[in-house]
Design a binder for this molecule. Structure first.
Ligand code: PMP
Ligand code: GLN
Length: 380
């Protein structure tokens, strides 16, 4: 492996899922639902596999799906997006983030990312040979410190890489925070790449795309995907929206990463994006119940719990239970009690800050969450 990619190793999700499998643990580590998304969408995809399309989709994605993405941005956020020039279908949000960073970040450019940051961001910034500049969201409320953001800007800053709702903290950036980010971006002429995969998993406040703020559409690459919204994380269908020059730059990179994405799935997700508002409301309502159930249970066990406003993750501090190191705690947990979780520390440059924090996923059936809590009670 080339020197600048050494140290990326194996993702924490693969490591913890392997430990979970080995021990038959309840896996609250890697974030994926244990119940698949809507049957109607599955039927459409099954039908598409049977009757086609099964050959290469167009590089930018089927028009049907690009139109559905545009209609979704209009319905939920009032954004006018041209499905032919301002939408690109990708292999999940992961490819979209990587392609966008490769398209815009040159060797030595700075990329500001909210810390803790999703692990693929660090890898993609490294692949682009950029420099990661973290702005830390601190417990207990994990709010964005605007002064810290302003102080992080250097003459080399090219991109602010945003993620709201935020994995792993669950922070949903407020209108005021987003406005402040927008002002920084405009003042310093920066691009914003924003990962909004949890846009429909919001329990308090509301999700506002930063692309809707004054001066932002022309400098923002907005990314989302079907994994969380439709509970099909294994299908890997994502999308980029933004102004034509930015989307076309991302497309240039994307066409040589994957060229095109799974054709039959695109038909299903196109239909999914057109589901009535009630579907999206129900999704959030169901997850809010699970969030409350797991947060209450974890607090009763003695963890310091930071209930999230969005995403399907909850962060806890393990120190009240006598542990100092979240990574050691998570490596041990499957063997000790049969539960898997994710340590925050791998998402930090400031390891000291992340060390005592651990993330549990609650996108699971309530009996599964209850079983996890029963097992965790053995820690006491
Ligand atoms: N961004 C964030 C913040 C995530 O949590 C995830 C995990 N699913 C992804 C991107 C990857 O999304 P996808 O599976 O669509 O590539
Ligand atoms: N996004 C999910 C998580 O944060 C899954 C990540 C992955 O497997 N790469 O847990």
């Amino acid at each position: 492996l080339v020197p600048h990619l050494r140290g990326l190793g194996t993702t924490i999700f693969a490591e913890m899922s392997a430990r979970a499998e080995e021990t038959d643990a309840v896996n609250l580590g890697q974030g994926f639902p244990d119940v698949d998304g809507p049957d109607d969408i599955k039927r459409l995809v099954a039908d598409a596999i049977w009757h086609g399309p099964n050959q290469y989709a167009p590089g930018i994605g089927f028009r049907e799906l690009r139109e559905a993405v545009a209609a979704h941005q209009k319905r939920f956020y009032g954004l006018e997006v041209d499905p032919d020039s301002e939408v690109l279908i990708t292999a999940g949000a992961t490819e979209a983030v990587t392609a966008a960073l490769l398209a815009f970040v040159d060797a030595g450019d700075d990329v500001i990312a909210l810390e803790p940051y999703y692990d693929s961001y660090a890898a993609a910034i490294a692949m682009a040979r950029g420099r990661r500049v973290p702005v830390t969201l601190h417990a207990p409320d994990f709010r964005l410190d605007i002064a810290a953001l302003q102080a992080a800007v250097t003459p080399r800053t090219k991109v602010i890489l945003l993620n709201s709702p935020h994995n792993p903290t669950g922070t949903v950036l407020t209108e005021e925070e987003l406005r402040a980010v927008a002002e920084v971006a405009v003042a310093h002429d920066l691009l914003v790449i924003t990962d909004e995969v949890y846009e429909h998993l919001v329990y308090e406040g509301r999700h506002i795309p930063i692309a809707t703020f004054p001066g932002m559409w022309e400098r923002t690459v907005t990314i989302s995907s079907a994994g969380k919204t439709f509970a099909f994380t294994g299908w890997k269908i994502g999308w980029v929206t933004g102004p034509e020059p930015l989307v076309s730059a991302v497309r240039t990179v994307k066409q040589f990463l994957t060229y095109t994405n799974a054709a039959p799935m695109q038909r299903g997700i196109a239909a999914g994006l057109g589901m009535p508002d009630a579907y999206f409301q129900q999704l959030a309502a169901d997850l809010a119940r699970k969030r409350d159930f797991l947060c209450t249970g974890l607090a009763e066990l003695g963890f310091t719990v930071y209930p999230p406003a969005g995403t399907y993750f909850v962060t806890v501090d393990v120190r009240p239970l006598g542990y100092l190191d979240g990574l050691a705690f998570c490596r041990d947990l499957p063997y000790r009690v049969g539960v898997a979780a994710i340590p925050h520390v791998v998402f930090y440059d400031h390891a000291d800050i992340g060390r005592p924090l651990v993330r549990f996923a609650f996108c699971k059936r309530e009996d599964v969450l209850a079983e996890a809590l029963r097992r965790l009670a053995r820690l006491r």
